[in-house]
Design a binder for this molecule. Structure first.
Ligand code: AHR
Length: 659
């Protein structure tokens, strides 16, 4: 009898503790709207780092096709065993600007072998049966030279081939359509000269036909598709430290990135030698992806463009070189002219250039960043000059100002003290910190002063180390930490109006910085767990913040749970984001006010892993991927078991909520 009683008590206690799980009760209040969520809340930060532009998003497959690198044949091999055959680099510097070099080829006999070979960006990627357009600019000086163009495997196997014959006398462009017989990620391009004679060549290029929107000379379609899936609210470009340069001479100058592509002047990429352990001496900016293309991409993605401009300061981690305050005129003029380029009438100088490039309609630029990650007095005396001039001419343009490189400390506090009463619309905060900081800082913005400029969380990423290599990785733990922190961003969407993970893109063989949101090689792309977290938030952005509480407090770490909730008035949805960082599944009840008593379902998406240091790899991209699920709701309560170390988005159609 006694033992029966024991078993009854034990079984009842198990049932009472929900099969061994403790019960957590959250309360969502759809009728208590707290603020709007900006349509620009979740955006993307693009910087040409990790071969994100040349060798990445910009789909050009030939490296140094115009011989503009400091070493004219960087990326090329010239094979001409016969000493009578010649190669000559001609430089027109002083006679013209922009692209100043071309190459003269002299082939002395029909029988000699003469070819030049390009290595591409860590190889040339070809997709089976896909079309490619080879192009070259040629002038025949004498003789009857012809060209055989081939993409080959390193083994010598030909994958695509065509000939260019009947060359004209003067400079002319020649296109050749090629089709790849097999896939290859490490191809090389060979141009063999046949016959005898002298030609001059320039602007050698190979592009996939299937670029984004099939634009000739356009962007890699698969990478843009990854960006498009995020439905970004804004695109910040072109960085990042690349805006600043090591010295002012190597700063990013937008005017050099517009106009005819072939005439854009090459510039060193500041990530070329930044980290000696990841040196990339072949990293230059061709600006095939320039400011016009950034505006166009923003428009294509339905995102607000957010250009960041140099403010007369080179990177303070490097030279810290500045333009004297009284010499800021040209820098400020660049900013004013950019607004004219983006928005000006086609009769204006810069509006006309935009129209000539193919976009007579304005790009509708609404905001501009003054400097990237600058700090201290030297920044604010320069920022104020920009603010004065920009606001005088364009009072409606929102200015983004910097708070420096750290999330707290003297320089950070000083920055905010300077900006408190400024006309800055947004203050850009950056934090690259360990996961623990993100978990601990989910309440960061709860107490921020609301009478100051809005916050732009412009660069953030949780930096986690994998076990075997002391390098930061896109681990599951880093994504989980970002998700927990992002519930705090969302809860404070009245103040934090824009957010972007950084950096965005990285080539697996050519990176300088990690972790990064999206990885790619010459043929493939790979989403990280961090990408899936960003996507869960950005594609479930909602329109209004509503409270979600645990015992009347915001949910920011109690019982290892983080949560935020929004209403989407356009889609008629209540959306709850819930992060369980416990190492066990937790049973959680979510009471949602205003629901009818009957039983129905909500849909959801789950990301989870029990391995904190797990990450996706190019050859194994499915280690951490989202999984669709559904939840039962009855009597106004959603009760479910939420897996250990998980991020969930719960979407409930609220047609049935009493309001
Ligand atoms: O995102 C990488 C770098 O981090 C950015 O270029 C810079 O702004 C920050 O220091």
């Amino acid at each position: 009898m006694k033992s029966n009683f024991f078993w009854i008590v034990f079984l009842v206690s198990l049932a009472g503790s929900s099969n061994g799980f403790s019960q957590i009760s959250l309360h969502v209040k759809p009728n208590e709207i707290r603020s709007t969520v900006s349509p620009q809340m979740w955006g993307i930060f693009f910087e040409d780092i990790n071969f994100a532009a040349d060798g990445g998003l910009y789909a050009e497959l030939v490296k140094n096709g115009s011989f503009q690198f400091p070493l004219p044949f960087a990326g090329w091999k010239v094979n001409k065993p016969d000493f009578k055959d010649k190669v000559l680099v001609v430089n027109q510097a002083g006679v013209k600007n922009g692209n100043t070099r071309y190459v003269r080829i002299t082939k002395s006999s029909d029988s000699s072998v003469y070819n030049i070979v390009n290595e591409g960006f860590r190889g040339i990627g070809l997709h089976k049966n896909a079309g490619y357009t080879f192009s070259i600019r040629v002038k025949t000086i004498s003789g009857n030279l012809r060209m055989r163009v081939e993409v080959l495997r390193e083994s010598g196997q030909s994958l695509a081939r065509g000939d260019i014959t009947s060359l004209k006398g003067g400079w002319a462009n020649y296109d050749l359509a090629l089709t790849a017989s097999d896939p290859e990620s490490k191809g090389i391009l060979k141009i063999a000269f046949l016959g005898k004679g002298v030609v001059e060549i320039d602007h050698i290029s190979l592009f996939p036909v299937n670029t984004y929107k099939n634009r000739p000379g356009g962007l890699r379609a698969d990478l843009v598709a990854m960006l498009d899936s995020l439905k970004p609210g804004f695109v910040r470009f072109p960085g990042g430290c690349i805006v600043e340069g090591h010295t002012l001479a190597s700063r990013y100058q937008w005017k050099k990135t517009v106009g005819p592509k072939q005439e854009r002047e090459l510039s060193i990429n500041r990530w070329n030698m930044e980290f000696p352990r990841r040196a990339a001496p072949d990293y230059y900016q061709s600006f095939g992806l320039g400011f016009y293309e950034y505006f166009q991409l923003s428009e294509d993605l339905g995102a607000e463009p957010l250009p960041i401009l140099n403010c007369g300061m080179a990177c303070q981690f490097n030279s810290g070189e500045v333009a004297a305050v009284e010499d800021l005129g040209p820098y400020i003029q660049d900013a004013l002219d950019l607004i004219e380029f983006a928005n000006g009438a086609v009769q204006t100088k810069w509006g006309k250039l935009r129209a000539d490039m193919g976009h007579p309609a304005p790009f509708n630029l609404k905001m501009i960043g003054v400097g990237n990650e600058q700090w201290d007095e030297q920044y604010f005396e320069r920022y104020r000059k920009f603010e004065q001039a920009l606001k005088a001419k364009y009072p409606d343009i929102q200015l983004v100002s910097s708070s420096g490189p750290s999330a707290q400390g003297n320089l950070f506090d000083y920055a905010w003290s300077q900006l408190r009463d400024s006309k800055a619309g947004f203050v850009d905060e950056h934090y690259y910190l360990p996961p623990a900081w993100f978990f601990a800082n989910a309440r960061r913005y709860d107490q921020y002063d609301r009478n100051r400029p809005k916050v732009f969380a412009g660069e953030y990423a949780a930096h986690d180390k994998e076990e075997v290599q002391p390098e930061s990785r896109n681990t599951w733990q880093s994504a989980l930490a970002e998700a927990a922190f992002m519930t705090g961003l969302e809860r404070n969407a009245d103040l934090v109006r824009m957010c972007s993970y950084a950096p965005l893109l990285a080539h697996v063989e050519a990176w300088q910085w990690r972790p990064d949101l999206i990885w790619f090689d010459n043929l493939r792309t790979m989403a990280t767990p961090n990408y899936y977290v960003q996507k869960l938030f950005s594609t479930n952005r909602g329109s209004h913040v509503i409270p979600v509480t645990l015992q009347d407090s915001v949910v920011a770490g109690q019982d290892s749970i983080y949560a935020s909730a929004v209403l989407d008035k356009n889609q008629n949805q209540v959306i709850v984001k819930l992060v369980n960082i416990a190492r066990k599944a937790q049973k959680i009840e979510i009471r949602i006010d205003g629901l009818p008593p009957d039983k129905f379902q909500a849909r959801g998406t789950v990301l989870s892993s029990s391995a904190d240091l797990a990450f996706n790899r190019m050859n194994n991209p499915g280690v951490i991927t989202p999984r669709e699920t559904s939840y039962d709701i009855e009597g106004g309560v959603l009760a479910s078991e939420f897996p250990a170390r998980s991020v969930q988005v719960i979407v409930l159609q609220y047609g049935s909520i009493r309001r």
